[in-house]
Write a protein that binds this ligand. Sequence first.
Ligand code: FE2
Length: 178
Amino acid sequence: MKLNTLQDLYVEELRDLYNAENQLIKALPKIADEATSDELRSALEDHLDQTKEQIERLDEVFSNLGSASKGKKCVAMEGLIKECEELLKEEMEDSVKDAAIIGACQKIEHYEIASYGTVCTYAKLLDREDDLDLLGQTLDEEKEADENLTDIAESSINFEAAEGEEEEEAPAAKKKSK
Ligand SMILES: [Fe+2]
C-alpha cells in the first residue's frame, strides 16, 4: 500500500505498535518465569498487566480513527524477543541471568519509547488530541518501566552479578579462556 500522507504513516506505525505489544504479551510471561529475583519477576508481571491496558488504548485510538484494530508484523520486536530468548538459553548464574533479562527488556522498552514518541509527534501534527492523550499515557508508562528496571539493576542485580564474576575468575582460568 502506498503511504501518501502523514496520516497513512501514522496508521502504519500504530499497526506496528499493535503487533509489537501483542508479541510482548506472549513473551513477557516466559521472560518473567526465568527471573530469579522476586522484585524483577513482579516488575515484569506488572508490566504485563500494563501492556494489556496499552493494547486497549491502541484499540481506542483505532476506533477514534474509524478503523479496525489491526497489526502489522513488527520485525524489530520479533528480533528483540528472539535475542532475549536466545540469551536466556545460555547457562548463567542467577544474578547474571537477571542482569541479562533487565538488559534485554530495556532494549524492548527503548524500542517502544522511540515508537510511542514517534506516534505522539504524528498525533500532535495531525491535531488528534484524544489520540495524543492515550498514546502519551503509554509513553509515560514505558519510560517509567525503563527507569524501574534501571533502579532494580543498580540497587541489587548488576552488583551481585559483578561480585560473582570476581569470585569465579581465577587468573589461571582467565588465561585458558582467552
Ligand atoms: Fe508497551
